[in-house]
Design a protein around this ligand. Structure first.
Ligand SMILES: NC(=O)c1ccc[n+]([C@@H]2O[C@H](COP(=O)([O-])OP(=O)(O)OC[C@H]3O[C@@H](n4cnc5c(N)ncnc54)[C@H](O)[C@@H]3O)[C@@H](O)[C@H]2O)c1
Length: 469
């Protein structure tokens, strides 16, 4: 197994080899809004640290379903894990058979890991969701069973930002309509109401991972960037934060939405917001479908208040390719699709090869770091805990990973057991009913390790014990 530094080096080289940029696994560096959710996977250190290995789990077995990206397979192979790879999801009976035996499962959005499936997973330590969402997994049951879940919420930020740049130009030059006319044999060379984007103002609503990336790209095109966010966020370049949504709407030639789906953002854009926009301005929504009141958008386009709109997301979306996008799904579809200068894309903002590679690297790195080091930073269902690496010269040290029910008295019991050794460092955190303790202890004779494990296993309220040494 690799040391923490080796895992990081490998992840970086994977990113460079397959994506072309070491930044592909990192996120926009300066926006502060997401700092609460994004932290490095583990502490960086220039000093080599001791490579840990799991005790009593045997060789790590990984089941990868749904054609998880090759970057992830490379990272797992490099660790010497046993990887079983399937291009598709599996029927439930087969999944139950296979999940009984594995320590890690990697899935995308089609595999449903319900309580009924997970209760068969006796050795499962961690689930890697190689996608953005995690609602296909029973997160609570997983946490209560001591199974951490990781995903990759921000690996496709750049892809979304680039699509939005393309849409700004496409709307401004009415490229969608011209292309449609040419496909129908019509030559219609016009310049009226077609504009350069240089010198125009872009209003970004939600200056997080995507909004911040977009800000930099738009400035490179000579646009003036203003943004509105519920948080005070330091700007990139010369972008300026405005204090109200109305101020943004009154100044922006292009308004683009990059907010999450929350009760506050539901229909955040409706008749009053369209009325407050500049005449002939454009709206872009690649955030979530519920953010825009589409009948109100249709009205604003019909009366010429807006010069056009680009939508990538919708309140109701087909569940799979080939299903119809029509009035049965959303009652306004025919009206919307008949309007001029409206670009409609099927939720492809984040759908690029680069994003898939980056997701593979990010999730596989997090999973490896959890298996090898116990670091749960970035887990979606679990207390986030990490410790810096063990020094190489700590030959007699052991890392204790102890997941337990969040009830009084547990730490006292555990520390009584650990007190025969030197506790070098420890950190514990809880989330809901589940708590997670990491402790590095030294002065452990190798003949003690099994006994130590048995003691911890026998404590009340224990969920899972792992020892790395
Ligand atoms: N189209 C796609 O394929 C695609 C791909 C990835 C993400 N998304 C969506 O894009 C959106 C943005 O993603 P992100 O990664 O940049 O998220 P993020 O969490 O990094 O940033 C969201 C920003 O919105 C701000 N915000 C929250 N509520 C707000 C409000 N009411 N008014 C103004 N600002 C508000 C937050 O403070 C934060 O700065 C999300 O809805 C996400 O689901 C779409």
């Amino acid at each position: 197994m690799s040391s923490p530094q080796q895992i990081r080096d490998l992840a970086n080289s994977m990113a460079q080899a397959t994506i072309g940029s070491p930044n592909a696994v990192s996120t926009s560096p300066t926006a502060t809004s997401y700092m609460g959710s994004y932290r490095p996977r583990s502490y960086s250190t220039t000093k080599p640290t001791k490579a840990l290995r799991p005790f009593s789990t045997g060789d790590i077995k990984i089941l990868l379903l749904e054609n998880v990206n090759q970057t992830a397979i490379n990272i797992f192979n490099q660790q010497g894990y046993q990887v079983e790879f399937h291009k598709t999801s599996l029927p439930d009976e087969e999944l139950i058979e296979k999940i009984k035996d594995v320590h890690v499962i990697g899935i995308r959005s089609k595999t449903r890991l319900t309580e009924n499936i997970l209760k068969h997973a006796k050795n499962l330590v961690v689930i890697g969701c190689f996608c953005i969402g995690t609602n296909q997994v029973d997160l609570e049951f997983a946490a209560k069973s001591g199974i951490a879940v990781f995903n990759s919420p921000f690996s496709n930020s750049r892809s979304v930002a680039e699509l939005v740049i393309a849409e700004i130009i496409t709307l401004s030059r009415q490229v969608g309509d011209r292309s449609m006319e040419m496909h129908n044999g019509v030559w219609n060379k016009v310049s009226a109401k077609c504009w350069e984007i240089r010198g125009k103002t872009l209003g970004i609503i939600g200056y997080g991972h995507i909004g911040a990336q977009l800000s930099v790209l738009a400035e490179a095109f000579g646009m003036t960037v203003i943004y509105y966010d519920v948080l005070m966020i330091m700007s990139l370049g010369t972008a300026k934060q405005v204090s109200t949504l109305d101020e943004l709407l009154s100044k922006a030639d292009f308004v683009t939405l990059h907010v999450p789906e929350t009760p506050e953002t539901k229909n955040m854009f409706s008749t009053p917001q369209f009325a407050a926009m500049k005449n002939g301005a454009y709206l872009i929504n690649a955030s979530r479908g519920t953010v825009v009141d589409i009948p109100a958008l249709v009205d604003a386009l019909k009366i010429g208040k807006l010069g056009g709109a680009a939508l990538d997301v919708y309140p109701q979306e087909p569940r799979k390719n080939g299903e119809f996008f029509n009035d049965d799904l959303n009652t306004w579809t025919t009206e919307l699709t008949s309007l001029k200068n409206v670009i409609l894309t099927p939720h492809i903002g984040g759908s690029t090869e680069e994003a898939q590679s980056a997701i593979g690297v990010e999730v596989a790195t997090a999973v490896t770091s959890y298996v090898n080091e116990g670091s749960s930073i970035g887990a979606v269902n679990f207390p986030e805990v990490t410790l810096r690496g063990l020094d190489l010269d700590n030959a007699d040290s052991v890392r204790v990973l102890y997941i337990h029910k969040n009830v009084p008295g547990v730490l006292k019991t555990v520390n009584d057991i650990l007190s025969s050794y030197n506790i070098e460092k420890q950190f514990s955190d809880s989330r809901g009913d589940v708590a997670y303790l990491m402790a590095d202890i030294s002065g452990v004779d190798s003949s003690d390790i099994e006994k130590l494990y048995e003691h911890l296993e026998q404590t009340p309220y224990k969920i899972v014990t792992r020892l790395l040494y």
